[in-house]
Write a protein of this length. Structure first.
Length: 556
């Protein structure tokens, strides 16, 4: 338990730790209200059972209630109802807190992934990241954090209840199940009806949640190069919060019976008290006394059960907490300060790079300058994409220097120049969203005139004009509802929209017809002539005719 508490404190933020303490205090207040209400129950019972010596029979009499009055019983119902409403409020606050913690951890883990290492992106299966981002926070928050809070409260409740029983010399032995049957039927009907709608909403929200998360994971490169990490994280965090709110509503609905069974039970006692006025007083006294013990037992038994369950649950889900602690300890948030300096030259000086004992580069040198249109060719496995990843800083060379504007920098410093670079990958990245959002990558305050310009230059105009929705046309997952050529044109429009100093094209025309490719190549040549750095990876020798510099990796 000590280790669990220490890890919980480490995982939570300072604000969350303060709220944890507040909610635990409120839960304790609910427990005290439970004990005090039970004590008041004894007082009321003794009012109707004057021969009992467990409680001073003159307490209610001193409040000027005449013997046999039904007002104390009515007051008892009111007290328990208010207590139940307060308990329900604290219960709801408890689970809102739990789900907010879960959402925060999910958001933090996604940001950690997007700002993490490229090696992890390549080598670790996405299912592993999904577990860490989506499921571990939920398992920690709901099964460990929530359980810990409940156990702490239940321990206090059990101690106080046992103390009260000892003071009143009570014996824990009676359950009046018949009184609870109507309550069970009523609350089960209400809960089931409410849960039907909640489950439907959760299913829909979960579908969107998985979709947004998959896109954020699949868009690792674009998110970094186009500085969209925050937008991807915020979009995912919003839908994750929606999912968690539905989960909270589900748990709140499921918790309604436990808070209101007491009120129904006391209502049953009220009916028995009314009946007791017309029954033999000795028999009535026995019924009321056993009813008081029932109330105490109703509190102690669930508490012990929760403690036992938590011990088993914490062991089952300890791995989730352990992974969250490990991830938080290992994460060093990179400091990215995007530069306003124009990127006019990129040089690779004496670069060595190997992958699994396979030498890719052995003293490689090249320079890309403003105004250059460089073509890179080479057979598969010769390191064309590896070269681009070294240029961008996703991979670090084993030896050698990368120079931006004549200054040697490491891969962390290269991140500061990502705002000056646009990248079109061989496999175009598509959001399940509109053409507009795919070009601007979720940007709301977009430049309309620039957008129309890049649509024209990427030769998307004809396609967009045929769509009733225009740029509002929704592209489905991975762009499955449009052709490969249309996907590539959208990716090219995205790169042009960024107006970057450096444009990197990795086989961007392999699904386009020759006429379209020639028009696009002419435009990129014009961009290079205007002072841009354009780098093209291609197998098409005809495209190399537009380049003023060609690098053949087959010769390396």
């Amino acid at each position: 338990m000590k280790n669990i508490f220490r890890n919980i404190i480490f995982i939570l933020s300072a604000k969350e730790r303060k709220k944890l303490l507040l909610i635990m205090l409120l839960n304790t207040a609910v427990s005290l209200a439970d004990i005090l209400s039970i004590a008041f129950l004894f007082v009321v019972i003794n009012f109707y059972s004057p021969q009992s010596i467990s409680v001073n029979t003159n307490i209610l009499a001193s409040w000027h209630f005449r013997a046999g009055s039904l007002l104390p019983a009515a007051l008892l119902i009111t007290v328990f109802l208010i207590k139940s409403l307060f308990g329900y409020y604290v219960y709801k606050l408890h689970y809102r807190y739990i789900n907010n913690v879960s959402s925060g951890l999910s958001k933090e883990n996604l940001l950690r992934y997007l700002e993490g290492g490229y090696e992890d992106y390549v080598n670790i299966d996405s299912a592993s990241f999904i577990r860490k981002i989506c499921y571990y926070p939920v398992e920690f928050a709901h099964f460990i954090l929530s359980g810990f809070m409940q156990v702490a409260t239940e321990l206090i409740l059990i101690i106080l209840t046992i103390t009260a029983l000892l003071i009143y010399d009570a014996q824990l032995l009676l359950i009046i199940s018949a009184v609870l049957i109507p309550a069970i039927g009523f609350l089960t009907y209400i809960t089931r009806k409410r849960l039907t709608g909640i489950r439907k909403n959760i299913s829909t929200a979960n579908e969107r949640n998985i979709q947004f998360l998959h896109e954020a994971l699949y868009g690792f490169v674009e998110s970094n190069i186009y500085d969209k990490n925050k937008l991807f994280v915020d979009r995912y965090a919003a839908i994750q919060q929606t999912v968690n709110n539905y989960v909270a509503d589900l748990q709140i609905a499921q918790g309604m019976p436990s808070r209101f069974f007491e009120a129904f039970a006391v209502f049953g006692l009220f009916l028995l008290i009314v009946a007791g006025r017309f029954a033999d007083s000795e028999n009535a006294t026995g019924i009321f006394t056993l009813g008081a013990y029932m109330a105490a037992a109703y509190k102690i038994i669930p508490g012990i059960s929760k403690i036992i369950n938590f011990n088993s649950t914490a062991k089952t889900y300890y791995y989730a907490m352990d992974e969250l602690v490990r991830g938080k300890k290992l994460w060093v948030k990179p400091t990215v300060c995007f530069t306003a300096e124009k990127l006019q030259e990129i040089s690779l000086d004496d670069i060595f790079f190997s992958y699994k004992d396979n030498k890719i580069f052995n003293g490689f040198n090249c320079t890309f300058s403003a105004g250059s249109f460089t073509g890179i060719q080479g057979n598969s496995g010769k390191g064309k994409t590896t070269l681009i990843n070294i240029l961008l800083g996703f991979l670090s060379p084993d030896k050698g220097s990368i120079l931006y504007n004549g200054k040697a920098i490491d891969n962390l410093e290269q991140r500061n120049y990502w705002n000056r670079i646009a990248y079109v990958k061989q496999e175009a990245f598509m959001l399940h969203d509109s053409i507009l959002k795919n070009i601007t990558l979720l940007e709301d305050n977009y430049d309309g005139s620039l957008l129309q310009h890049v649509i024209k230059k990427s030769m998307l105009t004809e396609f967009v004009d045929t769509l009733p929705e225009g740029i509002g046309k929704i592209i489905t997952e991975n762009g499955k509802n449009i052709s490969g050529g249309q996907r590539q044109r959208i990716a090219i429009a995205r790169a042009l929209y960024k107006e970057a100093d450096v444009i990197i094209l990795d086989e961007p025309f392999n699904e386009l017809d020759e006429a379209t490719e020639l028009v696009l190549m002419q435009h990129f040549r014009e961009l290079a002539d205007s002072g841009k750095i354009v780098i093209l990876i291609t197998h098409n020798s005809n495209s190399l005719q537009f380049c003023n510099q060609v690098i053949s990796l087959d010769e390396e």
